[in-house]
Design a protein around this ligand. Structure first.
Ligand SMILES: *Cc1c(COP(=O)(O)O)cnc(C)c1O
Length: 304
């Protein structure tokens, strides 16, 4: 599967002397796309190897991961169970009604129990309730997820700097492992106070390298986080972001999602204007997908 790559002609980048390309993971497949496909890939293969036919995973009510798991499960013949944070709200939002259409069974956990999702007690309860299940953590954020993400960019010398939005940092870890020491990865956390991710990413990388899983590069690229572009926090938007997203799509023909990619692209454009990059830098911006969430977000924006 070859991911479409596209160079964009942008005035701000041109003035900064920087080349901009976009890796369109949003175009991989109509339903199973973005970084979530890469994070699922080795989890699904492991489930198959263990002869487990039911996948259970966790997410919020607008989760891209829930959407992708439901669709991938349906395509590849797994039964799927989605454990959703919070109370059931009817009618179901577009993300959850899609998941149900794909055959996913939804279960709701109040916020307190949901906090326990990583504990063996809760997982034992779920196994008692649903039988033989393969549990995928929220967001597909485990070492299988990192492994899949080493295949997003692959080994390439064509870029100096790779930029992407971060939730858990799993995708950043995988990409970092696939690049070489001369390259730099810049992550843009979409959560407020995203600095906590530094430690999480460092331990993901450490655990991955210690795991014996295939690592394309033993001396990976350097990476850093730019934490100033969460614009109020997770799934928060302001007028400036809404306008930026719309203008970006009009100018470049690339739709962005509000929660992740619009914030990263906004951040990169702002940094270009501050001469954060060097003349001649070749940047690759990863479009990690997430467009399914725009329907729900736009419904919310209209109600404001
Ligand atoms: C989940 C998601 C991310 C964050 O990925 P992490 O590996 O958790 O950092 C980024 N962009 C989009 C569109 C996503 O759905």
């Amino acid at each position: 599967m070859k991911t479409p790559m596209q160079q964009i002609n942008n005035e701000i980048a041109y003035r900064a002397g920087v080349e901009l390309s976009v890796l369109r993971l949003d175009c991989l497949h109509p339903l199973v796309n973005g970084n979530k496909w890469f994070k699922l890939k080795y989890n699904l293969l492991e489930a198959k190897q263990q002869n487990l036919t039911t996948l259970l995973t966790f997410g919020g009510a607008y989760s891209n991961h829930i959407f992708a798991t439901a669709a991938a499960g349906n395509l590849l013949g797994f039964r799927t169970i989605g454990v959703i944070r919070g109370e059931e709200r009817l009618p179901l939002n577009p993300t959850l009604s899609f998941a149900v259409q794909q055959g996913m069974q939804l279960v709701y956990l109040n916020r307190e129990s949901y906090q326990q999702r990583h504990t063996s007690e809760l997982q034992k309860d779920l196994r008692q309730r649903f039988g033989e299940i393969f549990i995928i953590p929220e967001g597909g954020s485990n070492l299988n997820g990192v492994r899949g993400c080493t295949e997003i960019v692959g080994e390439t010398e064509a870029f100096d700097i790779i930029c992407l939005a971060c939730g858990t940092g799993t995708t950043l870890a995988g990409i970092t492992l696939s690049l070489n020491q001369k390259q730099r990865v810049i992550g843009f956390p979409v959560l407020k106070n995203g600095g906590f991710l530094t430690q999480e990413i460092a331990s993901l990388l450490e655990n991955y390298l210690a795991s014996g899983l295939p690592a394309p590069n033993n001396s990976p690229a350097s990476w850093e986080l730019v934490c100033d572009y969460h614009l109020g926090g997770y799934a928060k938007v302001n007028d400036e972001l809404v306008i930026f997203r719309q203008q970006f799509e009009q100018t470049h023909g690339i739709p962005l999602d509000y929660v992740y990619t619009a914030k990263m692209f906004y951040g990169v454009m702002d940094l270009l204007q501050q001469d954060f990059f060097h003349k001649g830098d070749r940047l690759l911006l990863i479009h990690t997908g997430g467009l399914q969430g725009n329907i729900g977000m736009e419904e919310r924006l209209q109600r404001l």
